[in-house]
Design a protein around this ligand. Structure first.
Ligand code: AMP
Ligand code: MG
Length: 464
């Protein structure tokens, strides 16, 4: 009896070969003393057909970096420059990571598995090429939470503890080490284009534009390719900025080398969630000017996209690039409305009323200093769902909001068990530290496991 042929679940790719000659350098992973599996994301792995690997195979690929059959034969450290806190830095690149593999996901998109903490490369400068275990745990928490809140983000695919002792200025040292693998829709950054422009490699720049348009936006090359690419990046990154605001998320390091041209958020270091709607809330201790504060993220991302346009001036008319960039503000405003209404759990009406609602909501959050996560939980579906015993919502700003909400309907049935709980799932810094402490003290991972489950439950509840 002949069986029905089935498409292979794991679909390896190596499309990066088309641009690797000017974009990357072959490298080797560090030989770590240990490889202890700490986190495997089977939900993400199922989307690329790798959930069937057993733990030994998983460790061989994502701790020892045995190539995945049919994908890259050797890891590639990507070359890029970038503006860091608005200062141009030509001395960066993948200093502690590399592109390990490419493949198609179930939607047919080309995906990358990239690393963090996999060893030194030609771009490590004075760095050790390593990642702390705490940094890895923080990246799990950030990516899970963002995904649950509907943000387009890289996923934390794997974390393997590597048995080294690291020294860091911002963690009690020595501290434990890990290698992290992330699944993302590409690793082409604004800084990848900036580098080619700075080096005057116009032909390579043209090829990278064509590559990005075809892989991430499904379009073919042509005379207006550079302008079309900027338009796409404007639309996607404006939505990314809006999704941070609805999530209450502060990325912390919105440098142009940390902006993926697919519009997916990634590279999580000193991130934080802001407890209240405080535009000045800053995540990174080294961001003394508040350049990347909560309320300045759209401006920061817009500034980065302007650098992309600047790097393409040899390939397009200046006016056309400016016009494309001018699309950022309206795209951001529209995305903010959509994102806030989504998190609130109401159906958009598609009118001026939506804009008025979002204005009333942000005004109320700002003036009342109520906890953002608490607010969205209590008001899910667009109406106060619990007795306001502490008088949280007695302030005048909430009566304006209540008025603005008249005529809105829930987009969700609110039947998921998450909504019956007494408290929202949130990710404030004290919660992050409380998850890390038992791991550091006694290798107890139960709080992390429980948190990931709680976050995923919230994600399912919000998805409806
Ligand atoms: P990031 O702040 O993670 O975006 O990193 C900025 C630059 O510093 C990138 O080129 C990184 O590869 C590099 N880098 C950060 N930490 C290390 C490290 N421990 N070793 C080597 N390079 C690093
Ligand atoms: Mg980075």
């Amino acid at each position: 009896m002949s069986s029905i042929p089935q498409a292979p679940l794991f679909q390896p790719e190596r499309v990066i070969d088309a641009v690797a000659d000017f974009l990357a350098d072959p490298v080797v992973a560090a030989d770590f003393p240990d490889a202890i599996l700490r986190f495997r994301n089977d939900k993400a792995a199922a989307q690329i057909g790798l959930d069937t690997l057993d733990d030994a195979q998983w460790i061989a690929h994502f701790g020892r970096f045995t190539p995945l059959p049919g994908s890259l034969p050797q890891p590639l450290a990507l070359r890029y420059h970038g503006h860091q806190f608005r200062v141009y830095n030509p001395d960066i690149g993948d200093g502690r990571g590399f592109l390990f593999a490419q493949m198609r996901d179930k939607k047919g998109r080309v995906m990358d598995l990239g690393t963090k903490g996999s060893g030194q490369t030609p771009y490590s400068r004075f760095g050790d090429g390593r990642l702390t275990l705490k940094g890895a745990v923080r990246e799990i928490l950030a990516t899970e939470m963002l995904e649950a809140l509907g943000v387009e983000t890289s996923r934390t695919f794997s974390v393997i503890e590597t048995g080294e002792a690291l020294h860091r200025g911002d963690e009690p040292s020595p501290t434990r080490s890990a290698v992290l693998v992330r699944l993302s829709h590409g690793h082409i950054r604004i800084g990848s284009f900036q580098r080619l422009a700075a080096l005057g490699q116009t032909e390579a720049l043209k090829r990278l534009v064509a590559y990005a348009l075809s892989i991430y936006y499904g379009e073919t090359d042509g005379p207006d390719a550079a302008v079309r690419l900027v338009r796409h990046v404007v639309a996607r990154t404006a939505d990314m900025a809006a999704s941070f605001m609805a999530a209450g998320f502060v990325h912390g390091v919105l440098n142009s080398d940390n902006i993926n041209i697919s519009g997916e958020s990634f590279d999580y270091g000193p991130w934080r969630w802001t407890p209240t709607f405080d535009p000045g809330f800053t995540a990174a201790y080294f961001d003394q000017q508040g350049l990347y504060a909560f309320g300045r993220q759209a401006e920061a991302i817009h500034w980065d996209v302007v650098q992309l346009a600047n790097s393409l001036l040899d390939l397009a008319e200046r006016d056309a690039l400016v016009e494309a960039i001018d699309g950022f503000a309206p795209a951001y405003r529209a995305a903010l409305v959509a994102r806030v209404l989504w998190r609130l759990g109401v159906q958009p009406r598609g009118t001026e009323a939506d804009i008025a609602l979002v204005t009333a909501l942000e005004t109320a959050l700002y003036a009342s200093k109520v906890n953002i996560d608490r607010f969205y939980f209590d008001w899910a579906g667009g109406q106060l769902r619990r007795a306001d015993a502490d008088g949280l919502y007695q302030q005048a700003e909430f009566s304006d909001l209540t008025q603005a909400l008249a005529g809105y309907h829930p987009r969700l049935p609110l039947t998921h068990g998450y909504w019956a709980g007494s408290a929202p799932c949130s990710m404030h810094i004290d919660e992050v530290e409380a998850i890390w402490a038992p791991i550091a003290d006694r290798d107890d991972w139960s709080a992390l496991t429980a948190k990931v489950a709680a976050i995923r439950a919230m994600g399912a509840a919000l998805a409806g």
